[in-house]
Design a binder for this molecule. Structure first.
Ligand code: GRF
Length: 222
């Protein structure tokens, strides 16, 4: 693909709460000259998050808004919203951001927010997905990138990657296998959204006719 000038690339802010491995794969992908997005900022709600060091290593400006320092969810979100409005990203990417947003916050950024969830949505919304998949006797598990709406892990799905569940899997072994796929899936899904090959209009996902779904092993807009 052709090199893209900075002005042609979508500006992205990543929100994270923990080790930041998904953020790192997104930053790495965005270092390619033809990648349609640049990670300009990162924000975390945890002052001790491992991802802070990662963002620093790549010179991504990082803000910390510790939710524990605020009296209410609303007060925390107000500060977060103000900072996001100042940064004015084209896309907000949640990468292991372990906070649920109020509807009013989500409505401020319609069609702009992506999340990665470690299950084949709509199965296993919420937490503890790997354990729950094993206990339910699933043969296949995986991860999904979706647009964020006011429902929990419920917005329209951009792309999914699946892995087999093995008979001797524990939540840890399964989670490791899914994480490998997360690191491949998220950069691809962000690329599709940033290049507008996949768009979100009024709750509906549209895939551009220019994009050949068979060009990837991921499940696109199921
Ligand atoms: C990932 O498994 C992601 O799917 C989930 O939280 C985890 C974050 O991991 N939402 P990391 O911080 O990106 O390493």
């Amino acid at each position: 693909m052709a090199n893209l000038a900075v002005e042609q690339r979508k500006r992205v802010t990543v929100l994270f709460s923990g080790r930041g491995s998904n953020m790192e794969t997104l930053i790495k992908a965005s270092l390619a000259d033809d990648y349609p997005a640049i990670i300009t900022h990162a924000i975390t709600n945890r002052p001790n998050a491992g991802g802070i060091e990662i963002a620093k290593n790549y010179n991504v400006e990082t803000s910390i808004f510790d939710h524990k320092a605020f009296d209410s969810r609303e007060a925390h979100e107000e500060v977060l919203r103000a900072e996001l409005e100042r940064q004015n990203p084209d896309i907000i990417v949640l990468a292991g951001y372990m906070r649920i947003f109020n509807e009013s916050f989500v409505k401020h950024f319609p069609g702009k927010m992506l999340n990665i969830h470690p299950s084949l949505l709509p199965k296993f919304k919420g937490v503890d997905t790997h354990n729950r998949a094993i206990e339910a006797g699933e043969k296949t598990h995986g991860c999904s990138v979706h647009f964020v709406d006011a429902s929990l892990d419920g917005g329209p799905i951009v792309a999914q990657a699946s892995v087999p569940v093995k008979q001797d899997d524990t939540a840890d072994t399964l989670s490791d296998r899914v994480l490998v796929q997360e690191h491949l899936l998220y950069p691809k899904a962000l690329e599709l959204v940033a290049s507008e090959m996949v768009t979100h209009q009024n709750g509906e996902i549209k895939v551009s006719p220019e994009f050949d779904k068979t060009s990837t092993n991921f499940i696109i807009a199921p």
